[in-house]
Design a protein around this ligand. Sequence first.
Ligand SMILES: [Zn+2]
Length: 70
Amino acid sequence: MVYFIVLCKYCGNPRYVKEGENGFKCMKCHKYMKLNEVRIIAKVESVKDAVYIVKELKLPEELRGKIKEN
Ligand SMILES: [Zn+2]
């Protein structure tokens, strides 16, 4: 199973989306968006990796600039 790591285009909150899904709802701002509207920042092959990356993206400082880029 492939997972995409994406950032909400409204608030920048990171999350992962399973391959094959067309869209998702942001868990933070609750807005719905299509997968092709957002930037896919990583593609991984296990949910474990997906969870790890999302957790890391939620860390402050170092990665914050990246998260707010959109
Ligand atoms: Zn959001």
